[in-house]
Design a protein around this ligand. Structure first.
Ligand SMILES: Nc1ncnc2c1ncn2[C@@H]1O[C@H](COP(=O)(O)OP(=O)(O)O)[C@@H](O)[C@H]1O
Ligand SMILES: O=C(O)C1=C[C@@H](OP(=O)(O)O)[C@@H](O)[C@H](O)C1
Ligand SMILES: [Mg+2]
Length: 170
């Protein structure tokens, strides 16, 4: 079974995904790393040179390719739900977990971030609030399960998700 994690930047998709894969003894695939291998440079550099639309095309192809090669635990990029094609692909080919975090929670983690192109602005907290308003409905529409992160450790989140997967026969 493919398992995909979706949610805001900083919600822990990459961190929780890696440990969840270990726990479930599945390969771990980070869609952003997959895209960076295709691009031959960092996502931030690519955004600066070519803009967001080009990145989204690579991301869409990557998600289709990754979903077709599972089973795996897949950490998506925070904007993966923006395209209808990606939402359909994720829902059809993966069990989707939304790591629900508020913009305030992720801002605490990402306030010094220099990697994520969308957060390299004067006021990243406002940017995160905007991303949340636009995307929370899309995350909910795409998810099979919503996991409210609150303050639990990565290990506690891994336990919660692994129990749901195992209960559902994964
Ligand atoms: N459960 C957690 N508790 C505390 N910090 C976390 C947790 N999960 C992730 N982090 C931290 O938050 C930051 C963003 O995590 P990351 O996994 O890169 O998020 P995403 O892939 O969703 O953007 C990292 O510095 C990571 O160490
Ligand atoms: O929110 C977004 O649109 C993006 C989030 C990033 O992934 P994380 O959610 O892992 O930070 C990465 O895909 C890219 O910078 C765009
Ligand atoms: Mg990530």
């Amino acid at each position: 079974m493919n398992i995909a994690l979706i949610g805001l930047p900083g919600s822990g998709k990459s961190t929780v995904g890696r440990q969840l894969a270990r726990r479930l003894q599945l390969p771990f695939v980070d869609a952003d790393q997959w895209v960076e291998r295709q691009l031959g440079c960092s996502i931030r550099e690519y955004f600066e040179r070519e803009g967001e639309v080009g990145f989204r095309d690579f991301e869409q192809q990557a998600l289709a390719d990754i979903a077709a090669t599972g089973p795996a635990v897949i950490a998506t990029g925070g904007g993966a739900v923006l395209r209808e094609a990606n939402r359909a692909c994720l829902r059809e080919h993966t069990r989707v977990f939304y790591l629900f975090a508020t913009p305030e929670e992720v801002y605490r983690r990402l306030r010094h971030d220099q990697v994520r192109p969308l957060l390299q602005v004067a006021d990243p907290q406002t940017r995160l609030r905007e991303l949340f308003s636009q995307r929370d409905p899309l995350y909910r529409e795409t998810a099979h399960e919503v996991i409210t992160i609150g303050r639990p450790s990565t290990a506690a989140l891994v336990n919660t998700i692994a129990e749901i997967v195992q209960r559902q026969g994964g």
